[in-house]
Design a binder for this molecule. Structure first.
Ligand code: SF4
Length: 250
């Protein structure tokens, strides 16, 4: 029974730590440009959402807090996650991503409309390079550097982390810079961003898979198809199966 109690206590501690992290994220005002933008968008709204009370704050990570798979996005969309308060929720990018996660068994449903829609992730957790909606979907280098602390805390809390999927070059580079600082030196040869490229980062670090970001710019032009994104998560699942219980970054 002691083992069961220990496991339960550890789970409760982890849930508390994730809740604390979410509270810290939601209150953050470190980046004046993004604070001004996210709040202005929330006040002015898009006509189609004029009846919504926009979230208008930083968006915390979402998913299974014991996940072996971490998905890193870029930043909340102005009228998507900045409106609904959940990563990739309420816009076309989310429809695309959650469809792929559903088809590969990581999500309980393919739709993601709002925080109360019942969506659950199993085995996957979603973070981002920046937690506030940026103008033009482009956080600055300084803003991403300021926000990195939250991604680091998520990585520390995901004790069974074994695979990372970076959505888009910016998330990929941001994650690599985090690893480089933790490791004290760059990886050589340096992993290069290419869709579906997978990298074994050595025994101490999770495997890394790159993917095009499911932005409308990519999905509407056919640069990223649903089949391509689904294949990325199928690869992630296969890698999780192959690796068994692996090391975390903590
Ligand atoms: S982008 Fe990150 S660091 Fe900057 S205000 Fe938002 S939550 Fe804070």
């Amino acid at each position: 029974m002691a083992g069961v109690k220990d496991t339960t206590a550890a789970r409760e501690d982890s849930e508390k730590a994730f809740a604390l992290l979410a509270a810290d994220v939601e209150q953050c005002r470190r980046c004046p440009r993004l604070v001004e933008y996210r709040e202005r968008v929330a006040r002015e709204k898009r006509r189609a959402y004029r009846d919504w009370v926009y979230w208008g704050r930083p968006v915390p990570g979402f998913g299974d807090t014991r996940a072996p798979l971490l998905i890193i996005g870029l930043a909340p969309a102005a009228h998507g996650a900045n409106r609904t308060g959940r990563m990739f929720t309420g816009d076309r990018s989310g429809d695309f991503l959650y469809r792929a996660l559903y088809d590969t068994g990581f999500a309980s449903q393919p739709e993601s409309a709002n925080r109360e829609d019942g969506l659950r992730l199993t085995g996957a957790y979603i973070g981002a390079a920046a937690r506030c909606a940026p103008p033009g979907n482009r956080p600055s280098r300084d803003e991403m550097a300021a926000c990195r602390v939250y991604l680091e805390r998520e990585i520390e809390l995901l004790k069974d982390l074994r695979v990372v999927v970076a959505l888009g070059r910016i998330a990929f580079d941001s994650y690599l810079s985090l690893l480089r600082d933790r490791r004290g030196e760059a990886f050589r040869p340096a992993p290069r961003f290419a869709h579906a490229a997978a990298y074994d980062m050595g025994p101490e670090w999770p495997l890394l898979i790159a993917s095009y970001h499911p932005s409308q710019q990519n999905t509407a032009t056919g640069r990223l198809t649903l089949e391509m994104l689904t294949q990325v998560f199928e690869t992630a699942r296969q890698m999780l199966g192959v690796r068994g219980t692996g090391p975390s970054l903590a």
